[in-house]
Design a binder for this molecule. Structure first.
Ligand code: FNR
Length: 342
């Protein structure tokens, strides 16, 4: 099977597997405020992610790596949506295009469509400094996502087995790059211990990529009928991971992703301390099944929901929202208590 076909099969599997709500965000409740003293016109959705200024806290997270005409078409359409809605967008892993010149257009199309947009390059943490630089240059990226995917690799028969030296490689990349480097999980969450190690080497941006959404252990297991079931339930929920990282690394810009399925999920993630919220699978599903306009409508509806909820909470800005009082219950409360985070 060629790589493009394999990649598409991967996308189809990722889209077909529905994970029950396990992102932890149902354990988070807002405290209603009867006197917010603002109106919907006062609410501003822009957010600062370190040195990046985004017009919306919502971004389209990394999906289509690999190559081929189909993945290029998906990237082109995602870029159109990102441009129309003013969202930042991450591309999928660019390693194939770094190794093979002919695959570059899968990614360069994103910059061509969205000339002035905020675009994140994406590459695995096995990358060298040179590869990381080429990923950024390829699409004139505004930031680089470096993904960590130990569990996915362990589940794949052909995956990596040796993860020594990753932190040192990340450190070299962070030092060498002149754009922000976002260290990102892909659905298993970042712990406070990992966050501490990342901060020590100078990382200032972390996407928690928490448990509760797309689950690559399940995707890989179902694809191969090779059921390493114990990894299906492995990981830190997105809600818990946001707190693990924000409380341990207060100067880090925390991006939240992993199972963000509704505008309420997104607003709760921001209220827990994230500065931006990434969505992958649900947006791709709408795009593939219903097209560009449907996805633009969906994102426009999320933005309207953000404004309504922020008004009810009296939060004019994303930073106000981060100070909104919350009550944390259930499994997430238990987790955070056990972890000494409350
Ligand atoms: C992904 N994801 C991903 N992440 C990454 O850093 N590089 C990549 O190449 C990919 N590829 C990819 C393909 C597909 C089809 C999906 C659905 C996802 C992971 C993605 O960015 C995100 O971290 C997780 O999917 C969790 O978010 P959702 O899907 O629960 O919103």
């Amino acid at each position: 099977m060629n790589r493009a076909r394999r990649k598409l099969e991967h996308i189809e599997h990722a889209l077909s597997i529905e994970q029950e709500r396990a992102n932890g965000l149902d354990d988070i409740a807002f405290v209603h405020q009867s006197l917010p003293n603002i109106g919907t016109n006062d609410v501003q959705l822009h957010t600062a992610v370190g040195e990046l200024s985004l017009s919306s806290p919502l971004f389209i997270n990394a999906m289509t790596g690999g190559g081929g005409r189909e993945t290029m078409a998906i990237n082109e359409q995602l870029a159109e949506v990102a441009k129309a809605c003013g969202l930042a967008m991450a591309v999928g892993s660019q390693m194939a295009a770094i190794k093979e010149e002919s695959e570059r257009q899968t990614f360069t199309i994103v910059r061509r469509v969205n000339e002035n947009g905020i675009i994140f390059a994406n590459i695995g943490s096995e990358a060298t400094v040179d590869e990381a630089k080429r990923a950024v240059e390829m699409i004139e990226a505004n930031a680089l996502q470096l993904h960590l995917n130990v569990v996915q690799e362990l589940v794949m028969p052909e995956g990596d087995r040796d993860f020594t030296g990753t932190l040192q490689r990340i450190e070299r990349i962070v030092r060498a790059m002149d754009v922000p480097v976002i260290v990102k999980e892909v659905g298993f969450g970042i712990s406070k211990e990992t966050a501490r190690k990342l901060v020590e080497i100078g990382v200032q941006y972390i996407d928690v990529g928490g448990f509760g959404g797309t689950n690559f252990a399940r995707v890989e297991n179902e694809r191969r009928n090779d059921r390493l079931m114990y990894f299906n339930e492995w990981g830190i929920s997105t809600a818990a991971s946001i707190v693990e990282v924000t409380q341990t690394a207060p100067n880090v810009s925390v991006l939240a992703s992993g199972g963000i399925r509704t505008a309420v999920d997104a607003v709760k993630a921001l209220a827990l301390g994230a500065v931006a919220v990434g969505v992958a699978r649900p947006f791709l599903k709408i795009l593939i099944e219903q097209g560009v306009e449907a996805l633009i409508d969906e994102i426009t509806a999320w933005h309207a929901d953000f404004t309504r909820m922020m008004t009810a909470l009296g939060a004019k800005t994303v930073s106000d929202l981060q100070r909104a009082p919350l009550v944390i219950s259930g499994k997430t409360h238990h987790w955070l208590t056990e972890r000494g985070l409350q």
